[in-house]
Design a binder for this molecule. Structure first.
Ligand code: FES
Length: 161
């Protein structure tokens, strides 16, 4: 359904109260859309959100495609984000990404055929003092080692969808 349910609409109304005009709540509203749709924003939602936030569909689409935190394709069950910004890069973030690419046989931006994993290279996840780090869905893994990464992957294979 291309529409928020009653419970989420309560959250949307609370957001609108925080801003002078509805369009200023566009980013958090889009995060709600993504949350409600399993981690991505299906095409049809741009019209609904534009109407809700009193803006144009092109504006909404522009925002969705500008920010890489918004996805237009379904992510894997385990969406793995690897930070390669300078602090993480200096602590091996690039090597962590290479390790995951090799382990999962995926390039950043790809999802495995079985839908279990998707891989994304991201910029700073705001925990630079704990570099290198990865985030799997909402869970951050700090100062990760290859062994920890391998264990996380094995654990995911043991409990697939
Ligand atoms: S640079 Fe990786 S979390 Fe900030």
């Amino acid at each position: 359904m291309t529409k928020f349910d009653k419970k989420t609409m309560t959250e949307v109304r609370a957001l609108f109260k925080r801003y002078a005009v509805k369009v200023h709540a566009l980013l958090p509203v889009l995060h709600l859309v993504q949350r409600e749709n399993g981690g991505y924003i299906p095409e049809g939602w741009a019209h609904y959100v534009a109407e809700l936030c009193q803006t144009t569909v092109n504006h909404v689409r522009g925002v969705i495609t500008f920010y890489n935190m918004f996805r237009t394709e379904p992510p894997g069950k385990y969406h793995i984000m690897v930070c390669t910004s300078v602090p993480c890069g200096l602590c091996g973030g690039d090597k962590v990404l290479e390790h995951l690419e090799h382990r999962l046989n995926l390039a950043p931006g790809q999802t495995s055929k079985d839908g279990l994993f998707s891989l994304e290279e991201v910029q700073c996840l705001a925990a630079c003092d704990k570099a290198p780090l990865i985030q799997i869905n909402a869970e951050v893994h700090e100062r990760v080692t290859y062994d920890q990464i391998d264990a996380l992957i094995e654990e995911a294979y043991r409990k697939p969808a």
